[in-house]
Ligand binder design. Structure first.
Ligand SMILES: *Cc1c(COP(=O)(O)O)cnc(C)c1O
Length: 404
């Protein structure tokens, strides 16, 4: 067994250079605190990019994982398994969904969603009706199909030819959708209720309501990518509840496993029928270990007091960041919902998000960026209030130094 000490330098020697990780290597976490190789402590407002929904080493999740680990890990989809069936039932009980497909990542859940939308339209209306409308700056994952549906062309550069039949409208602009949508050609409209990666930009409620109506008028399916906004992140189990707009297909991942890779595509029985036997699949999808952990996550997060707690924590964090923003003139706005917040840098600090991230690390607080102009916060949904207070103190110290 190789137990040689490892350092950040090793990354450049053995890893494909598609990431640019920081110099700190965390080795242990508990709740919203993590410790690096040198024993330095950080407060975690990154949450693994909206993934560790119940913090690190949550006793309930550790227990669920250990309990299932001693029973059965994996059976393949030649067999079904108890944890997958239970989790699917729970997701159906808590949402609009009547059918569930399990996958392992956000991209894979979206891939299933987009393939299903195409297949449904093909079956019900014919092959002409295959166009997908998504939005500029949207993010849906890194497979070739999902990156093509995503709205940032730089992520496609050098990977083309991309799959066809995809159009990009302007987010929060219904007229731009009206100009592209048609009964003859559009099979689906795909949208993030809050654009996460590109800057934590919430959809206007009227915009999502309008999309629902346009989809209904044009026999197109409405797909919500809730990979980032789902599983309690906004103070609702899924953000569609907050908006009062129900999609036909919803993708969930990130927070669903609390740090264990698992994803789900939720849909209605009618739409699901178009993914018949043999049309789609995933070896690990519905893996027993993953589903057992996700079950514990959903059972915990769906409790009303946890969701209420998200809003209380959100208020505290939002107010604290607003105060820092005003005192040092660094933020023009704090937007988002629940514990997915984006602090928009003022003109003077545009393009400098990474500097704030690094300054935070120096002071012992981990924050994220969402593009170069927004500081993103996506901590554990149960981050202790004292950790929020201390994180704000540390972040203020970082901003103070940066702006001095
Ligand atoms: C992160 C993210 C994805 C991709 O998820 P992966 O697990 O990285 O494949 C897709 N959509 C949205 C909205 C995301 O935030």
């Amino acid at each position: 067994m190789n137990r040689e000490p490892v350092s950040r330098e090793l990354f450049d020697e053995v890893m494909v250079p598609n990431y640019a990780p920081g110099n700190i290597i965390p080795v242990r976490g508990e709740g919203s605190r993590v410790w690096d190789q040198e024993g330095r402590e950080f407060i975690d407002l990154q949450g693994g990019i909206a993934v560790t929904s119940l913090g690190h080493a949550h006793p309930g999740l550790v227990g669920a994982l250990q309990e299932q680990a001693e029973k059965v890990w994996h059976l393949s989809n030649v067999m079904t398994n108890e944890p997958a069936l239970r989790l699917a039932k729970t997701l159906c009980d808590h949402t609009f969904a009547e059918r569930v497909f399990f996958a392992n990542s956000g991209a894979e859940a979206n891939e299933a969603a987009f393939k299903l939308a195409r297949r449904y339209s093909w079956e019900h209306y014919g092959p002409e009706k295959h166009e997908i409308i998504s939005f500029k700056n949207a993010f849906h994952g890194r497979t070739l199909f999902t990156v093509s549906v995503g709205g940032q062309h730089k992520y496609l550069e050098g990977f083309e030819p991309a799959p066809g039949g995809i159009h990009h409208a302007e987010f929060n602009d219904l007229d731009s959708v009206k100009a592209l949508i048609s009964k003859e050609k559009t099979c689906a409209v795909v949208v993030e209720p809050i654009q996460g990666e590109s800057g934590v930009l919430p959809a206007d409620p009227e915009f999502l309501k309008g999309l629902r109506q346009l989809c209904d008028e044009n026999n197109a399916l409405l797909v919500f990518d809730e990979v980032q906004t789902g599983v309690g992140r906004t103070g609702y189990l899924y953000a569609y509840e907050m908006y009062g707009v129900t999609p036909d297909i919803l993708s969930s991942a990130k927070g669903l496993g609390g740090g264990f890779p698992v994803a789900a595509m939720l849909t209605t029985a009618k739409v699901a029928a178009s993914l018949g036997v043999g049309t789609h699949g995933s070896t690990y999808g519905g893996n027993a270990l993953a589903c057992a952990v996700a079950q514990k996550v959903i059972d915990t997060v769906s409790q009303p007091e946890i969701l209420k707690g998200v809003n209380a924590r959100s208020d505290k964090l939002r107010k604290g960041m607003m105060n820092i923003g005003e005192r040092y003139g660094v933020f023009s706005e704090v937007r988002g919902a629940g514990l997915l917040l984006g602090c928009v840098l003022t003109e003077q600090w545009q393009g400098k998000a990474k500097d704030f991230l690094n300054a935070g690390l120096e002071e012992g607080v981990m924050v994220l960026m969402a593009g170069a102009n927004v500081i993103r916060l996506a901590p554990s949904l149960i981050i202790p209030e004292v950790d929020i207070e201390e994180a704000l103190e540390r972040f203020e110290a970082a901003v103070k130094k940066l702006t001095a």
